[in-house]
Design a protein around this ligand. Structure first.
Ligand code: DX5
Ligand code: ZN
Length: 224
């Protein structure tokens, strides 16, 4: 996985058919997904519950691009090794998930994965400053995490621009997650984001048996 700042679309399987994840992943990659974004929720850190390590491991053999695992769980540290074993390429933990984010990011890299730091909308991006050299990706949440299909929080655009300044020429991706569609994507891309997570805006209108809308949706988010 080499670093570049080209625009990447990372469909979130939170908006896919939960009974058919393997085929959904293959369909959306065939339709142009750059990465696959996997939302792990614990019903504790966020008020929703999705799935855990065995599901992520089972998905690994279907993902040919980059498996981008977004942990919305607390605590994180006891689960880092199982997500490495599950085959995550990038493992992202929330700043708000515990008091020892620095240690968590070190442990993620220590387990052989790329380390991501996610920031809730209520958290200033300035908190990332002492952590950036431990990060391969910073995920700016543009909704409060927990559910797909929520409204994009516009005040986060200036936080993305500030983070872009803070990162400078360091090889750190800026990912944006929540409410990204063809209307909001240009705003976050202009502010400096290079990885756009999109759930409902990618999967709407299509299915594994009729996946061409996925491709049209991805192209629309990418900007035509
Ligand atoms: C929100 C998740 C997102 C979510 C995005 O808690 O982290 O990845 O699936 O969904 P949309 O694109 O529908 O806002
Ligand atoms: Zn996510």
């Amino acid at each position: 996985m080499s670093f570049d700042r080209s625009l990447k679309i990372a469909p979130s399987i939170l908006a896919a058919d939960f009974a058919d994840f393997g085929r959904e992943v293959r369909a959306v990659e065939a339709e142009g997904a750059d990465w696959i974004h996997i939302d792990v929720m614990d019903g504790h850190f966020v008020p929703n519950l999705t799935f855990g390590p065995p599901m992520v491991k089972a998905l690994r053999r279907h993902v040919r691009t980059v498996m981008d695992v977004h942990l919305m769980i607390a605590p994180v540290d006891p689960y880092i090794d199982v997500y490495a074993d599950a085959g995550a390429d990038i493992l992202t933990a929330h700043f708000e998930a515990g008091p020892h984010t620095h240690r968590t990011l070190q442990a993620i890299r220590g387990a052989g994965m790329r380390a991501g730091l996610a920031l809730n909308p209520g958290t200033s991006v300035e908190v990332a400053a002492p952590l950036l050299d431990l990060c391969d990706l910073v995920c700016v949440m543009t909704v409060n995490p927990g559910f797909g299909g929520q409204r994009f929080i516009h005040s986060q655009v200036s936080q993305i621009a500030r983070l872009r300044e803070m990162i400078g020429d360091r090889p750190i991706h800026i990912e944006v997650d929540g409410g990204v569609d063809a209307t909001t994507a240009p705003l976050v891309a202009a502010a400096g984001a290079d990885v756009l997570v999109a759930g409902s805006a990618v999967f709407r209108g299509g299915s594994v048996d009729d996946p061409s809308p996925y491709g049209a949706n991805i192209r629309a988010i990418r900007g035509g």
